[in-house]
Design a protein around this ligand. Sequence first.
Ligand SMILES: Nc1nc2c(c(=O)[nH]1)N[C@H]1C(S)=C(S)[C@@H](COP(=O)(O)OP(=O)(O)OC[C@H]3O[C@@H](n4cnc5c(N)ncnc54)[C@H](O)[C@@H]3O)O[C@H]1N2
Ligand code: MOO
Ligand SMILES: [Mg+2]
Length: 408
Amino acid sequence: MYSVKEAESIILTQIQPQQETEKVSLEAAFGRILAEDISSDLDFPYWDNSAMDGYAVRYEDVKDTNPENPVTLKIIAEIPAGKVPEKIIQPGETARIFTGAMLPAGSDTIIMQENTQQKGERVAILIPPEKIGLFVRQRGTFYQAGNTLLKAGIAINSPEIAVLATAQATELTVFSRPKVAIFSTGDELINPDETLQKGQIIDSNRYALTAFVASLGAIPRPLGIIKDSPELLRETIRKAVNSSAIVLSTGGVSVGDYDYIEGILGELGAEILIRSVAIQPGKPLTFATFPNGCIYFGIPGNPVSALVSCWRFVQMAIKKLSGLTDYQNKFLRVITRDTLKSKGQREVYLWGKIEIIEGVYQFQLASGQHNSANLINLAGTNALAIIPQGKTTIQAGETVEVMTGLPL
Ligand SMILES: Nc1nc2c(c(=O)[nH]1)N[C@H]1C(S)=C(S)[C@@H](COP(=O)(O)OP(=O)(O)OC[C@H]3O[C@@H](n4cnc5c(N)ncnc54)[C@H](O)[C@@H]3O)O[C@H]1N2
Ligand code: MOO
Ligand SMILES: [Mg+2]
């Protein structure tokens, strides 16, 4: 049995960012992962321009002005944003200018209009600027043409969209979304729209895992419920492995007589790298690779174990395969409001919520039984508190490490 850290390392070693890319328009780029470095042949700002509504001046002319005896300058031009200045500012001259407008040649500083008094063709500068260049947004000070603006491997959200638009990157190369096959195994399972007969269980895992995969930007391929039949399972796994980058199955990975997954993976030529992990919930995790590169996660059937396995192990695998550079899980140290208990034998993940209380992140256990079959109190979970292997208690008020950023 591997430790959680060992299992994580085995999984990440097997997964390389996929190479498939596609072109998308800027409008369709939100939520995708950039597959190329982006640079621009434009400086940013594109040219020296004004950060204020006011007057473009020569610093030399106005540096010693004061309210009692103000310097007055002749207004020789008006430059709204979007207009190209035509005149050069000579000593004793100024141009009326507005925010975003190009700075006229000869000027080097902007005086905001609140610090001036206009009298016809002339303007009195009442307050001297603190320094040369005040309120000038100088060309190339935010970004110089040719440098890398955005790196391949980042997720494209609204700030990146703004940068891409500015760089005139209207068509982008992004990583293709990996296909993830999902199926549930078990003779006891029925679909949610069927009438429950004695002994049956409604298949919730398939829906939970489909939503989980979609929330990571990958393409879920739900294949339904597969009975505990070696023939059916073999056929399903063979098809899934040949048509998807990752396969997620739930159930049938423990030691029971009807737990067939491991045996079938072996028969189909997979290399089984993990059989169980010292984690609770989620101990009987099967991780295997196929000669065609397909990655197989045999996830335990208990609904909480299934989602915890997805959050702890599958999440980073899908992210890394998707091309994201920042694929690692996110951990945070916070105060726990509840006392947290473990038997100490495995690394325990307790589900609950982190909330900001009086400005401080605090963890609160989900109320009700913490049992890997109790999916009811899993709703609302946004964090998992971790009790390390060997530790049995973390008292209320103490610090606990939590895993955050769960895609729900
Ligand atoms: N003798 C032992 N028995 C078990 C062990 C063990 O170490 N020795 N481990 C237990 C642990 S821990 C887990 S977790 C489960 C894992 O079981 P499997 O992955 O083999 O899953 P199943 O046996 O098929 O089902 C377990 C449980 O989950 C329910 N289930 C299954 N699929 C779904 C689904 N799609 N939606 C909702 N619920 C589902 C199923 O009905 C069972 O109740 O094994 C323990 N046993
Ligand atoms: O590990 Mo099982 O997932 O405890 O219920
Ligand atoms: Mg079983």
